[in-house]
Design a protein around this ligand. Structure first.
Ligand code: PMP
Length: 394
């Protein structure tokens, strides 16, 4: 039986991590992996999370199963963090999931159960895992144009033209903030136009929000998600706590399903619990507990926000420094988009051979599509990267 298995394509980002590890050059720079790193290149445990772990260790009295939907305190605190008061709580069904990835997968499965003919529209480009999960589930995928290679911003006209093809019952996947891999985002006026179009067509939006707090701040980063949830009759929202709480390996995410129709809440909640049961029964609990402890304790929450804000400001400062350095070296404003992009990533807009030259000649590692992790830089390496970008002729 097992001889029927074919080799799976290697994950490009994991292969890049391996190549970086094996590179003996001391001044190599890793801009590949999608993990936040501080100026010392570490991914620290946030202070409030550490304090919550201590509290949990002292106070937790049992490790028996939680419910299929996970801990209610986690859902409640996360729903208010993401949605604020944009929608009434009784319109939102929610389940804890293993990471944002689990939420994404379960959202697609829910759509497949609700409408087997649904097509899923995804931005070109999008997080590669969106595409591979959709392919694995056998769901038809349609891409809509998103990234403008000339300006390195969003090609909104092309995006709207492509979204005009959606039909009632299709799902449209949008990144709530900090688009991965490009760093280019819609403004709120453009979001409103997307909402109007989807409502006119009867298509359902799905928001993947994995970087709340990494772009313009906790509330501003959630503004588009709230706009969608408040103005669309139905929406799916997959949230990840991996980045903003720095709890990657704890696998902590939440899938929210919003419906306007009264009475659907129970059915949706039941279907989400059913899917958990089929996939893994009970979601992991440790990360969710940490999140709910932090969010419901005024002191810990304030400290978490301070630390998250330092992370955000640090990345913004690196963006500014890089854009300034490149302005000076290139004598032009063509890299100004780096300071406009938000989140951990920016797509530089370089060809694969230039990306390869950065690696071979300068020991600078970024993903082949020229996505770089801004948090992989520090104030000392920014000028090194800027010079290398100019040297290879980007
Ligand atoms: N969505 C997007 C767009 C992401 O970038 C990520 C993290 N790479 C996720 C979802 C899910 O992350 P996790 O499963 O680690 O929470």
């Amino acid at each position: 039986m097992f001889s029927n298995l074919k080799q799976q394509p290697a994950d490009k980002i994991l292969a890049l991590i391996q190549a970086f590890r094996e590179d003996p050059r001391e001044n190599k720079i890793d801009l590949g992996v999608g993990v936040y790193k501080n100026a010392q290149g570490q991914t620290p445990i946030m202070r409030a999370v550490k304090a919550a772990e201590r509290k949990l260790w002292e106070e937790e009295t049992t490790k028996t199963y939680v419910t299929l939907a996970g801990d209610a305190a986690f859902s409640d605190t996360m729903i208010s963090l993401v949605l604020g008061d944009a929608v009434a709580r009784d319109r939102v069904a929610a389940v804890a999931t293993p990471g944002g990835t689990g939420a994404v997968r379960q959202a697609f499965e829910l759509v497949q159960m609700a409408n087997p003919d649904a097509r899923v529209f995804v931005s070109d480009p999008t997080w590669p895992n969106h595409l591979s999960i959709l392919k694995h589930l056998g769901i038809e995928t349609v891409t809509y144009r998103y990234f403008d290679t000339e300006t390195c911003g969003v090609d909104f006209g092309a995006m709207m033209a492509d979204l005009d093809q959606v039909k009632a019952g299709d799902l449209v996947l949008l990144h709530g903030c900090c688009h991965n891999p490009t760093g280019a985002n819609l403004n709120l006026m453009q979001w409103q136009q997307v909402v109007d179009l989807l409502n006119a067509k009867g298509a359902v939006p799905m928001i993947d929000i994995a970087y709340q707090g990494f772009g313009d701040g906790l509330d501003k980063d959630a503004a588009a998600t709230r706009l969608v949830a408040a103005n669309c009759p139905e929406a799916l929202i997959a949230a990840s706590c991996s980045k903003n709480f720095g709890i990657y390996r704890e696998r902590t995410g939440l899938l929210m399903a919003v419906a306007q129709e009264k009475g659907l809440h129970g059915v949706m909640q039941g279907n989400l619990a059913y899917l958990s049961r089929q996939n893994y029964s009970f979601p992991p609990d440790h990360g969710g507990k940490l999140v709910s402890i932090v969010l419901s304790d005024d002191v810990l929450r304030a400290d978490w926000q301070v630390e998250l804000e330092e992370v955000r400001q640090g990345m913004l400062a690196l963006r500014e420094q890089l854009a300034d350095e490149l302005r000076r070296l290139s004598g032009s404003d063509r890299f100004g988009f780096l300071a406009q992009h938000r989140g951990m990533f920016s797509r530089l807009g370089a060809s694969p051979d230039k990306v390869e030259r950065l690696r071979a000649e300068h020991g600078i590692y970024m993903v082949g599509d020229s996505r770089m992790n801004i948090a992989g830089l520090n104030s000392r390496t920014v000028p090194v990267l800027a010079q290398a970008i100019i040297d290879v002729g980007i």
